[in-house]
Design a protein around this ligand. Structure first.
Ligand code: DX5
Ligand code: ZN
Length: 218
C-alpha cells in the first residue's frame, strides 16, 4: 500500500491562537499544511493574506500547501513564495494564461498545482497535464469549510487518473472539501493521493487523533 498524504486545512483553525494549532499539526501525522487564500472576488469569502502566512511559516515544520482562490494570481506569486509557500495551487477558472502561470510557479521553486471547480471537466487539462505537479479537485464549491462532499468527485478522480496515466504518472491528485473518515478510503481507492481535511480535523475533540485516523485509512 502506498503512503498517501494528509493536508489539514487551517481554514477551520483558531485564528486567535494559530500557533497552538500549528504546533498541534507539527506534532501530528500531517504531511502538509493546507493554506486557503480567498479574495472575496473569486469566491464569496475572504480569509487571510501574506502577513498571516508569514506568521504560520515561522512555526510550521511541514510544507505549506497554498491554495489560491483568487483572481489573477500571477500578480502575487512571488509574494506567496516569499511568505513561505512550498506549493502553490491556482484555479483553472482564474487563469487566462495557465501555462505561463505554471511556469512561473516552477521558476520560483514551488510545486505547481491547478485546482478545478466542481463544474470544470478534467479533460480541460489535456494540454497541460504533463507540466503539472499537482491537480486539486474541488469536492465542494470553494469558499467555505464544513460543506457537504459532492459525489461527482469520484468520476473526476477516475477521469484524471486516466488522463495522467501515461503522461504524468507521478501527479499528485488532491481532493479538497468535505473529506472525512467516511469517504477517505473510497477517494484513495479511486486514485486520489493527497486528502485535504479542515472540518474533519479541527472540529474533532482531538484534532491530532483525527489526523492519525485519516492517515491510518490512507
Ligand atoms: C474550501 C477550501 C477547503 C476547505 C476544506 O473553499 O478550499 O480547503 O477549507 O474544508 P473542509 O474539510 O471543512 O471541507
Ligand atoms: Zn483548499
Amino acid at each position: 500500500r502506498m503512503n498517501h498524504l494528509i493536508s489539514p486545512s487551517i481554514l477551520t483553525a483558531n485564528f486567535a491562537n494559530l500557533q497552538k494549532d500549528i504546533d498541534m499539526l507539527n506534532q501530528s501525522q500531517a504531511d502538509w499544511i493546507h493554506v486557503d487564500v480567498m479574495d472575496g472576488v473569486f469566491v464569496p469569502n475572504i480569509s487571510f493574506g501574506f502577513a498571516v502566512i508569514k506568521a504560520i511559516k515561522q512555526f510550521a515544520q511541514k510544507p505549506l500547501d497554498v491554495h489560491l482562490m483568487i483572481v489573477d494570481p500571477d500578480r502575487y506569486l512571488e509574494e506567496f513564495k516569499n511568505a513561505g509557500a512550498d506549493g502553490i495551487t491556482v484555479h483553472y477558472e482564474a487563469c487566462t494564461h495557465l501555462n505561463r502561470t505554471i511556469n512561473k510557479i516552477k521558476e520560483l521553486g514551488c510545486r505547481a498545482g491547478v485546482a478545478l471547480n466542481p463544474h470544470t471537466p478534467v479533460a480541460l487539462l489535456d494540454d497541460i497535464i504533463a507540466d503539472l505537479d499537482l491537480v486539486l479537485i474541488m469536492s465542494v464549491n470553494p469558499g467555505f469549510g464544513a460543506q457537504k462532499f459532492l459525489s461527482n468527485t469520484y468520476k473526476k478522480i477516475a477521469d484524471l487518473k486516466k488522463l495522467c496515466a501515461l503522461r504524468n504518472p507521478e501527479l499528485y491528485i488532491e481532493i479538497d472539501g468535505g473529506v472525512d473518515a467516511g469517504n477517505a478510503a473510497q477517494l484513495i481507492n479511486t486514485g486520489a493521493n493527497v486528502l485535504v481535511a479542515g472540518n474533519a480535523v479541527f472540529s474533532a475533540n482531538d484534532p491530532s487523533a483525527a489526523v492519525a485516523t485519516l492517515k491510518s485509512i490512507v
